[in-house]
Ligand binder design. Structure first.
Ligand code: F6P
Length: 548
């Protein structure tokens, strides 16, 4: 069954939240802490190796209760059941949304159109395991008898971002294979990647759910042509494998059926790293680490499905976004991991969050009159402190931020880790407290400035504070904890989509540009073809054509 279509703004909770917002919008976090001595404890969830402290958010217990009432009024609990049990909740594409089935236990049953899909999931996992072991151990030999040393993942969007982010984030756990990612249709991208590769020892994993994506097919074709410059056609089967739902097109491309790792249409592209799309992860980290990643996600699924809303990490974090987005009118959210390993995490989440919830039509097909999907951005701390933090501290925009930190470092350098984590802790404190006029005066007096000098500088040195943050503190970055963290954001996306009454699992917005690019490419290939464009596009096209 489909999700119910309930306009959140018509709920009782929404009206209550609106008047409550008017009462507390100017309350300072400092006074919220002063008025509630147990606040830090009250607004923290401890679960497994995660501690999620959301007490530095501009909420009170009343806010939380009303947000939870909102979740209840839009029937979030019923929606979660439908999501996990494989109902066709992606209505516009007529599909279930079952990335959770990819990491479930083998005894579990998940039915799609009357068929239990779990045995099929485990069949593919076992194929991934066997293949991984053969590549990693060197048992699989390339055409000239040499073991594989390099893996190239050819894909884009969800067929690139998830595997690329996970392999980069978990590089500490990597094996001897070098892993590369080709995604952009920009020919310079694949050329740079292959320029130092030996085709005799390289495995190419062509990843495309649809196997119709221009970027991926162009890159795969060009790379195959390069490969065939030094090796014969029959070598392809030892060096090219594919991941797709579209078996016929993969075969037509020239990849043997036994080299195809299938996936199902109920896996959304941006949630597909848990499927065979994660083959490069398994190859790069070994199957056990890939499975541990899935196990972490499975644990978060269980938590999301069963924990009370007020103890439920994805529910609370989704509700906080709604609070800032729809009541404070915050436009964006920053994600700041305090580990260089999660360098690509915000980029990865941009697709997950923005492709899912960037919608302006509700589940009844009506234009929406309230804000939906937020803009996601971020970079690791401490680097970002020296880049955009000024704007978060003293700019005019409210930017709720997630601070992701780890208690333990991987290389055990406690001197550096303490420095890193002191920044992690200090930044959320600074964002909350800011700096008052009195504090600035004391500081500047201490530096020997006279009253005149102090008065001139004072307005610039004051920080209002009251900037909301959520601290996600995890014991250690491991395949399992990363799995939990990714799944946490996936479910947060779901919570938001349910509340905003949108379909989070289609992505028609990316189609128009693709169609127009095809038309323009025709014009570039065939100069007699002429299509009416606006004056600006025509001018740019002519200029490009003249000067290319
Ligand atoms: O950008 C649109 C999109 O459909 C994504 O959702 C998907 O991850 C990406 O294109 C790649 O698609 P495919 O795996 O079919 O090549």
């Amino acid at each position: 069954m489909a999700l119910k279509a309930i306009n959140p703004t018509t709920t009782e909770a929404w009206s209550k939240l609106q008047s409550h917002f008017n009462n507390i919008k100017n309350s300072h976090l400092k006074s919220l802490f002063a008025n509630q001595p147990s606040r830090a404890k009250d607004l923290t969830i401890e679960w497994e190796d995660f501690l999620v402290d959301y007490s530095k958010n501009r909420i009170t217990n009343k806010t939380l209760n009303e947000l939870i009432s909102l979740a209840q009024e839009v029937e979030l609990g019923d929606a979660i059941d439908k999501y996990f049990q494989g109902d066709i909740i992606n209505v516009t594409e007529g599909r279930a949304v079952l990335h959770t089935a990819l990491r479930t236990n083998s005894e579990n049953e998940v039915t799609v159109n009357g068929e239990n899909v779990v045995p099929g999931v485990f069949e593919v996992k076992s194929k991934i395991k066997d293949f991984t072991n053969r590549i990693v151990s060197g048992a699989h030999k390339g055409h000239t008898g040499k073991a594989i040393t390099d893996i190239v993942n050819i894909g884009i969007g969800g067929s690139d971002l998830g595997p690329a982010m996970v392999v980069d984030s978990l590089q500490f756990y990597k094996n001897h294979l070098s892993t590369h990612f080709v995604s952009n249709v920009d020919g310079d991208h694949y050329k740079e990647v292959i320029k130092n590769l030996n085709p005799e020892t390289t495995l190419f994993v062509v990843v495309s759910k649809t196997f119709t994506t221009q970027e991926t097919l162009s890159n795969a074709n060009s790379i195959r042509a390069w490969f065939l410059e030094s090796l014969p056609e029959e070598a392809v089967s030892k060096h090219f494998v594919a991941v797709s739902t579209n078996i016929e097109s993969v075969k037509a491309f020239g990849i043997d059926e036994e080299n195809i790792f299938p996936m199902k249409d109920w896996v959304g592209g941006r949630f597909s790293l848990w499927s065979a799309v994660g083959l490069s992860i398994s190859l790069a980290l070994g199957y056990e680490n890939y499975d541990a990643l899935l196990e972490g996600a499975r644990k978060m699924d269980e938590h999301f499905r069963t924990a009370d809303f007020n103890q439920n990490i994805p529910v609370i974090s989704g509700l906080l976004t709604v609070w800032y987005n729809n009541f404070f009118k915050a436009e964006s959210e920053a994600i700041i991991p305090y580990t260089q390993y999660l360098n690509q995490f915000a980029t990865y989440l941009q697709q997950g969050i923005m492709e899912s919830n960037g919608k302006s039509v509700d589940r009844e097909g009506k234009k929406i009159g309230y804000q939906t999907g937020t803009i996601i951005w971020g970079e690791p701390g401490t680097n970002s402190q020296h880049a955009f933090f000024q704007l978060i501290h003293q700019g005019t925009k409210l930017i709720p931020s997630d601070f992701i930190g780890f208690v333990k470092s991987l290389h055990n350098n406690s001197d550096h880790h303490d420095k890193l984590m002191s920044n992690y802790l200090a930044q959320t404190e600074a964002l909350m407290n800011g700096k008052t006029e009195e504090e600035v005066v004391v500081e500047l007096k201490g530096q020997g400035l006279n009253d005149d000098e102090i008065n001139k500088l004072l307005p610039f040195k004051v920080f209002d504070g009251n900037k909301p943050t959520t601290s996600i503190l995890i014991n250690k970055l491991t395949p399992e904890s990363l799995g939990k963290l990714i799944a946490m954001y996936e479910h947060k996306i779901f919570v938001q989509g349910v509340i905003w009454n949108i379909y989070s699992y289609d992505q028609f917005g990316v189609e128009l540009g693709k169609q127009l690019a095809k038309t323009i490419l025709n014009e570039l290939n065939d100069t007699s073809a002429s299509v009416a464009h606006d004056a600006s596009t025509q001018q740019l096209l002519d200029y490009y054509r003249r000067n290319r």
